[in-house]
Design a protein around this ligand. Structure first.
Ligand code: NAP
Length: 262
């Protein structure tokens, strides 16, 4: 009898956790999907695929051709294109989907946060007296800071990245190559070693990446926090555990004829 197939849209800690939790389940088959942005990506446990689907139409076709029963969208809260595409593709294909939407971080006593709506606003609003700015925003939006050659930057990224076509990275931008999760001790050491006065980060939420905020508070480093986009429509859960509960309720409610008709 054919087992229901589950698509995990990943690229996050929750995506890897879901792949691990579903890999040894005998009642279903899970396949993870990665965007394929990094040259040497961490690989999820079990079956996986890499690369874009080709927008809503491509993803809808993938869901139908691969007989996907349900989609677990464990992509990053700032990866809003894939989440919106997945919502529309699943709805058009009549397939259930839930999105993991972590609680955003809130400032705590002793934090010095300046909240902004976009990366461009973050770049514009950095104060001229920032001695050195740590950028923990990933690799795709660093060019927004190239105009601030009055400041020094350290960008933490997973692997070396090429400058935008026809450009070179400015001398005021240094790179640190590392992959999380990072402990509080790691983060304090990094900020001290580079004499960081300010940090720019996105409000990703969750526990895995919050040590940098605790380090910033401890070292009185100013934080420019990019607010997250609105959540995708539809079913939202806060964690990988919540997504598993949601999946189990979908499996329990499925018609007995599901296996035969797929
Ligand atoms: P995005 O803007 O929402 O996605 C752009 C396009 O990349 C999508 O339209 C889709 O292409 C493809 N894509 C994205 N995630 C995919 C996945 N898991 N599997 C297959 N295709 C995917 O996303 P992004 O911000 O560039 O992030 C890319 C990936 O990195 C995401 O999977 C996300 O979980 C992870 N990530 C992002 C951030 C962040 O800050 N944005 C941080 C950590 C991890 P098609 O339209 O061709 O299907």
């Amino acid at each position: 009898m054919e087992r229901p197939r589950i698509l995990i849209l990943g690229g996050t800690g929750e995506g890897f956790a879901l792949a691990e939790r579903l890999a040894d389940r005998s009642d279903l088959e899970a396949v993870s999907s990665l965007a394929g942005r990094t040259a040497a990506p961490r690989r999820p446990l079990g079956e996986y695929r890499t690369g874009g689907f080709g927008g809503v139409a491509g993803l809808r076709q993938y869901l139908i051709q691969n007989r996907i029963f349900a989609v677990l969208d464990a992509t990053h809260p700032f990866a809003n294109h894939i989440s919106a595409n997945a919502h529309h593709a699943a709805r058009e294909a009549g397939i259930a989907i839930c999105h993991i939407w972590r609680e955003p971080w809130e400032p705590r006593g002793g934090d010095h946060w300046h909240e902004v709506a976009t990366i461009e606003e973050a770049a514009r609003s950095l104060p001229a007296d920032a001695t050195r700015v740590l950028l923990t925003i990933g690799s795709t939006e660093l060019a927004a800071f190239c105009g601030r050659d009055d400041l020094d930057f350290v960008a933490r990224v997973v692997a070396p990245i090429a400058a935008p076509p026809g450009e070179v990275w400015p001398k005021c931008l240094d790179f640190v190559y590392d992959r999380g999760p990072f402990s509080l001790a790691n983060e304090i050491q990094l900020m001290r070693a580079h004499e960081i006065s300010h940090m720019v980060t996105k409000n990703s939420g969750g526990e895995a990446a919050r040590a940098k905020l605790d380090a910033a508070r401890e070292l009185s480093v100013g934080v420019t926090m990019v607010r997250r986009p609105p959540p995708p429509p539809g079913d939202l859960v806060a964690s990988a555990g919540g997504a598993l509960h949601w999946l189990d309720s979908q499996l329990a409610a499925r018609p007995r004829s599901f296996s035969a008709s797929q």
